[in-house]
Design a protein around this ligand. Structure first.
Ligand SMILES: *[C@@H]1O[C@H](CO)[C@@H](O)[C@H](O)[C@H]1NC(C)=O
Ligand SMILES: *[C@@H]1O[C@H](CO)[C@@H](O)[C@H](O)[C@H]1NC(C)=O
Ligand SMILES: *[C@@H]1O[C@H](CO)[C@@H](O)[C@H](O)[C@H]1NC(C)=O
Length: 493
């Protein structure tokens, strides 16, 4: 125990001397202070005077003090701060925006008993959210009147994201790409957004089943600016008649993600394949020569022999791709590299976040550190997001807490009433990402909305935001709530 304390102090001291380099003036002053005592003769064999020990102690305390001052300052420095100070629109992104939603008095329909039984007041906004007849419905699911239409003359409103509003494609139809992900295709310099095309009726397969929409297929949209999206059609379609096929319409296809294989020149899609009771718990793989498909469905399997539900794939800088999936009845995540053609898993796999019951993984990498946003497991109902970080993608992964900032407490505890699906890196804007999430509407799943918000990683990983007793904490990942926002004007897709 004592040894550890000493070690911590030593770390502090080392950090101080590095960080203090920035504050040259103070350092100089301190050096002068030290000059006098160090001129005393004090050999290894001789006894040092009490005053020298006191001086050293005082110096140490001073260093500690400066360290705490500097480490706070240091945390807000770095590349990202440069952007913020030089770019007004970047500064807007990190402004904390509050939401003050008044919960209406209960209507006659709610029995007094139900009102009394209602637990904490903080849950009532979730009740309102889940109640399709709520007077607050327009707050969570604004109607067509406020739809984002990139094709009309938007004037100063151009390129603004309005999280939760209906978002129209270039033909004026609401975008259908739920549980989606983005592929940036370097060859065509185009963004492709793949997701579940859910434009069908919501129903329950049987009394205890979750709300569902029959499989229609995977929708694909293309864009150069990530705001104006052209419908490229269904790139992987449901199977209408063959009941034994994975893509038979009464089954489940969720969270499709596409990556490009530089070696084979193929676009490879991975997705969650299931039956309506979620007992199959498998991943499916499809392949195409073009980002706009059509994709050929290859097969499904339980990866590494384990059940697999929510999943994502991540392509690392070195071209190695990984599959991440919720397993052991969603109690943990598994991660493992794909084969080099991306068409199968390899036999390497690690269990991570064991016993934490996380799903909806969305992975990204910032300055050599891996980050992952996940949600809890509460079906279609929203819950709290967590960020995890790792130096090696195979783990260990550390929890960094809830990244949500702004809105109000319920917003932050429900990931802004949404669930993570993907994090989009932005070329030329280090530290800024787009957090993509789904605001599910279990009463009418096709009416689920997209929540896109700025995700910011502050400070490089080797210069962490704060220290806790000498241990560096990870750079902080923050997702800022905004009613409307847009990417810095300097950004050009
Ligand atoms: C757009 O912004 C400019 C400058 O702020 C303003 O003068 C102009 O009236 C705005 N136009 C519209 C259509 O809102
Ligand atoms: C139905 O799908 C299964 C599984 O993909 C396949 O083996 C079978 O040949 C298909 N049947 C027909 C009639 O296409
Ligand atoms: C799903 O569960 C219900 C009720 O347990 C059952 O009747 C049905 O056959 C199951 N369907 C599939 C595809 O397993």
């Amino acid at each position: 125990m004592f040894g550890r304390v000493y070690y911590l102090r030593r770390l502090h001291f080392l950090n101080c001397s590095i960080i203090l380099g920035i504050k040259r003036k103070r350092k100089m002053r301190m050096r002068n202070k030290y000059k006098k005592p160090t001129t005393f003769p004090c050999n290894a064999g001789s006894k040092c005077s009490v005053s020298i020990i006191l001086w050293i102690l005082a110096g140490f305390l001073l260093l500690l003090h400066f360290f705490s001052l500097v480490s706070h300052k240091d945390g807000t420095s770095g590349e990202i701060e440069l952007h913020i100070s030089h770019n007004p629109s970047f500064r807007e992104l990190v402004e904390v925006e509050e939401e003050n939603i008044q919960i209406p008095p209960p209507r006659g329909k709610r029995s007094p008993r139900a009102a009394k039984r209602r637990p904490k007041r903080t849950t009532t906004l979730i009740d309102e959210f889940l109640d399709e007849n709520s007077q607050l419905r327009h707050v969570f699911f604004p109607d067509m009147k406020t739809a984002i239409d990139p094709m009309k003359d938007n004037g100063n409103d151009s390129f603004y994201y309005y999280p939760g509003r209906i978002w129209l494609d270039t033909e004026g139809a609401p975008i259908q790409a739920h549980g989606g992900g983005i592929l940036y295709d370097e060859r065509s310099r185009t963004y492709f957004w793949y997701g579940e095309y859910k434009d069908g009726p919501t129903y329950h397969a049987h009394k205890k089943a979750a709300a569902r929409v029959d499989i229609i297929g995977v929708g694909c949209y293309s864009s150069k600016d990530m705001w104006t999206w052209k419908n490229e059609g269904i790139v992987l379609a449901a199977e209408e008649t063959n009941e034994t096929h994975d893509l038979y319409k009464l089954n489940v296809l969720e969270r499709p993600k596409v990556i490009y294989n530089d070696r084979t020149g193929k676009y490879v899609m991975w997705m969650h394949i299931d039956d309506c009771n979620y007992t199959k718990a498998a991943v499916g793989v499809a392949i195409s020569d073009y980002p706009t498909g059509p994709f050929d469905y290859l097969y499904s399997k339980r990866p590494h022999g384990f059940d697999s539900r929510d999943m994502t794939i991540f392509k690392d800088d070195d071209g190695v791709a990984y599959l991440v999936y919720s397993s052991e009845d969603n109690s943990e995540l598994h991660i493992g590299p794909l084969t080099s053609d991306y068409l199968d898993v390899s036999n390497v796999v690690r269990r991570i976040l064991v016993g934490q019951h996380r799903e909806a993984p969305a992975l990204f990498k910032h300055l050599g550190t891996y980050y992952m946003v996940t949600s809890g497991c509460t079906g279609w109902a929203p819950n709290e997001a967590l960020v995890h970080a790792a130096e090696s993608i195979m783990g260990p992964w550390e929890d960094m807490g809830n990244p949500c900032i702004g809105g109000n407490k319920v917003f932050r505890l429900t990931t802004f009433f949404a669930q993570s699906t993907y994090v989009i890196p932005l070329a030329g804007l280090p530290g800024l990402y787009i957090f993509m999430a789904d605001r599910w509407n279990p009463a009418d799943l096709r009416e689920s909305r997209y929540i896109w918000l700025p995700l910011i990683v502050r400070g490089p990983a080797d210069r962490p935001l704060e220290y806790n007793f000498g241990f560096p904490l990870w750079s902080r990942v923050s997702i800022y709530w905004h009613k409307k926002w847009r990417l810095p004007s300097r950004w050009s897709g």
